[in-house]
Design a protein. Structure first.
Length: 132
């Protein structure tokens, strides 16, 4: 696997399209931070970090659906920076996703954060993905 972040996002995207309640993915430090951001922003219902049978980290995510319409909270997950073409943005050029309705997850020198938090901290970094 050459791009583990794209694999992580694809697992979540596919589970949401198939109306699964939970999704499991291999874990890493960056994926744990991204999962915490998804939870804090209200895109997922719950998460749990565990070790699988072989001692490798894994992440279990409970997807969030609207109780009446059964529509997923995540409309789209889009990978922006990839191994073949890295995308960086300064604090002034930080992208606004859907005019502020979505979020961009950014890897900065102060850690992984949303585009709004990066603007507030006045730091730029690698734009990992858009979520709305």
């Amino acid at each position: 696997m050459t791009d583990p972040i794209a694999d992580f996002l694809t697992r979540i995207r596919n589970a949401a399209k198939a109306n699964h309640k939970t999704v499991e993915a291999p874990g890493s430090k960056i994926k744990q931070e991204m999962t915490k951001i998804l939870y804090d922003q209200g895109y997922i219902l719950a998460y749990k970090f565990e070790q699988d049978e072989k001692g490798k980290p894994s992440i279990k995510i409970a997807l969030k659906y609207n109780p009446t319409t059964k529509v997923n909270a995540i409309k789209e997950l889009k990978r922006i920076s990839r191994p073949g073409l890295r995308r960086y943005a300064s604090a002034a050029e930080m992208p606004r996703v859907m005019n502020g309705l979505g979020i961009a997850i950014v890897s900065t020198s102060k850690g992984i954060m949303t585009d709004k938090a990066a603007r507030a901290e006045n730091v730029g970094g690698e734009v990992l993905c858009y979520i709305y």
